[in-house]
Write a protein that binds this ligand. Structure first.
Ligand SMILES: [Zn+2]
Length: 305
């Protein structure tokens, strides 16, 4: 069965495609709607784009599928995360771990509570991580990502969890050949693994293509590639929560919540190392894209509900 992946478009392609009308593949439907916030996207190195504060003109609707009321996130670190390049490092992994341990119940993620009738709690469980080297090499296919998740579950390295959301996070020397860096920065989908439906996704270290998959060249935690990944992780996390099987909260054209607010950050501030950030989770500053919140007057991209 054909699986539709939902992808975080690269920054530069978003800026270009947002202004174009053309025949589209599914990913491009995604891309066109990234332009709905109006105005150009952030140019790399400048202050991140705040984005529109008007109600969305292409609102999300509930198509009747499931949501993940409280996802349990599992991470599979693929490749080599012990490199001397300043980004594929243990301290880089810690940024992601800290993000998953603090995003649940935050003002930002409590936006998810506003989806009518969904029962989404705004909480996130972090279920732990496992590490693999390069069992499928350094150039992966979409099918390889599913195999990596399947191997982790069937090999007993991660729990077989129906409420799980499994992210394959690759080091910067790994490509995802279906379009990482050129078409998207990450994606989520679902599929049958170990005999039942599982939700999973891919996000690569943005250091591989920093001008395409990050909004700035300096990260608030001193690791521009991983700091860039965190915004994409938030995007895929909120999409997987509200649309885990690509059958629930979407626009008429198939865009999800994260797509409607991609590459827009609201009000930002400068951190001590010169990076921009827009929220604090735990002890860390992050620059994370906005998400769609439901209010009595409509749906908006925002950082809080
Ligand atoms: Zn998306």
């Amino acid at each position: 069965m054909h699986l539709r992946l939902h992808r975080t478009l690269v920054l530069t392609v978003a800026a270009t495609l947002g202004m174009m009308a053309f025949a589209e593949a599914p990913e491009v439907i995604h891309h066109r709607l990234n332009g709905n916030e109006g105005g150009p996207h952030a140019s790399f190195g400048a202050a991140p784009t705040a984005g529109s504060t008007s109600a969305l003109t292409s609102p999300l609707k509930n198509y009747g599928g499931q949501v993940m009321t409280t996802p349990t996130v599992y991470v599979i670190w693929y490749g080599n995360w012990a490199q001397g390049n300043g980004t594929d490092t243990a301290s880089g992994q810690q940024i992601v771990t800290d993000f998953f341990n603090t995003i649940g119940g935050s003002p930002y993620f409590n936006i998810q509570q506003t989806y009518p009738g969904s029962g989404i709690t705004g909480n996130v469980n972090y279920g732990g991580a496992t590490t693999v080297a390069y069992p499928y090499g350094a150039s992966l296919s979409d099918a390889n990502i599913q195999s990596i998740v399947s191997d982790a579950i069937t090999g007993g390295h991660l729990p077989n969890d129906a409420t799980g959301l499994y992210f394959v996070l690759t080091s910067s020397d790994v490509n995802e050949a279906s379009g990482f860096c050129s078409q998207y920065c990450g994606w989520h989908t679902h599929g049958t693994i170990a005999g039942s439906n599982h939700r999973y996704g891919f996000i690569g270290n943005a250091a591989r293509c920093i001008t395409s998959c990050a909004a700035q060249s300096v990260g608030p935690n001193g690791n521009a590639g991983v700091d860039g990944m965190v915004s994409v992780l938030a995007h895929e996390l909120e999409e997987a929560t509200t649309d885990p099987d690509i059958a629930t909260w979407k626009t008429r054209r198939g865009a999800e919540n994260g797509d409607s607010c991609a590459w827009t950050f609201g009000t930002t501030y400068l951190t001590a190392n010169g990076a921009y950030a827009n929220m604090k989770l735990g002890t860390r500053d992050f620059l994370i894209q906005r998400n769609v919140t439901f209010r009595s007057t409509g749906q908006y991209c925002a950082l809080v509900k």
